[in-house]
Design a protein around this ligand. Structure first.
Ligand SMILES: [Zn+2]
Length: 271
């Protein structure tokens, strides 16, 4: 979730009042009220839109708060302390869940605000931390690896039962050809046949259990992974399942929205 506080740029205290009004649109960006990071100005807390003088003085310095949910839903609230109004499709409103067709205007002079344009620009300018999706990817890979190891062990068991079956038969054949068939050879052959039978039975039981549950589990695991391994930009939020984490970091951007992706060590404030 990203929160934006939108208003009029603060007028510098030393502003020459004989000149045109200086204000542009100011946008403060934060994640749940916490830290953020902008792509072009890593330590900046604010972005500006429009030319100086483009925002009328009737718009409050902190006029509205826009919350972009991870589901792409956009919620708008009027937070003006001076009571400056907000109009949604020409009607005053204190809070509103936005639709893409809604027209938003700020202040008594009805300053038109392109909410979706601003949100898209802000989202493009943010550096998104990939730590979360890294963990999701690694967990998925490790689980796949564990499955491969389990399958390897199972295949080895199957081979062992074959070794016992073929080996005992071959040895008994060799001994009988040499005319040395006796009670010891028969005992040895019987032990080999029992062992082969045990392994055969064990692998058969595992095969039945695996056939019933493994493909289903794998499918569920993949679906869960694709559901959670998503672009951290809420305006994109597309599944990145087709891309490995390594290639994602090498590209440094989402293949869909081109937002900037970076792995952060935890010391840098970032979204
Ligand atoms: Zn994206």
């Amino acid at each position: 979730m990203i929160t934006l506080v939108i208003g009029r740029e603060k007028t510098p205290s030393d502003w020459d009042t004989s000149k045109p009004f200086p204000s542009r649109l100011s946008v403060k960006v934060s994640l749940n009220g916490g830290p953020y990071r902008l792509l072009d100005k890593p330590n900046a807390d604010q972005m500006y839109f429009g030319k100086p003088g483009s925002v009328p003085p009737t718009v409050s310095r902190e006029q509205c708060r826009i919350t972009v949910e991870d589901t792409k839903e956009i919620f708008l609230e009027n937070i003006s302390k001076s009571g400056s109004p907000i109009f949604i499709n020409g009607v005053p409103a204190m809070s509103h869940m936005l639709r893409s067709t809604d027209e938003v205007a700020l202040g008594k002079d009805h300053f038109r605000l392109d909410v979706y344009g601003v949100v898209k620009e802000v989202c493009k300018s943010l550096v998104y931390d990939t730590s979360q999706i890294k963990k999701i990817y690694e967990d998925y890979e490790n689980e796949n690896l564990r499955t491969q190891i389990r399958n390897g062990r199972f295949n080895a068991m199957q081979r062992l039962s074959m070794v016992f079956t073929i080996g005992s038969g071959a040895l008994v054949a060799v001994f009988s050809m040499m005319g040395k068939e006796g009670p010891n050879i028969v005992l040895f052959r019987n032990i080999c046949m029992i062992l082969a039978g045990v392994f055969l039975l064990a692998t058969a039981i595992i095969s039945i259990v695996k056939a019933g549950s493994d493909p289903l589990k794998q499918k569920e695991r993949k679906a869960r992974f694709e559901e959670s391994y998503r672009c951290p930009n809420p305006m994109c939020n597309k599944s990145l399942g087709a891309k490995s984490y390594k290639s994602l970091i090498m590209d440094g951007e989402c293949p869909f929205c081109k937002c900037h992706l970076e792995e952060v060590d935890g010391s840098t404030p970032v979204l």
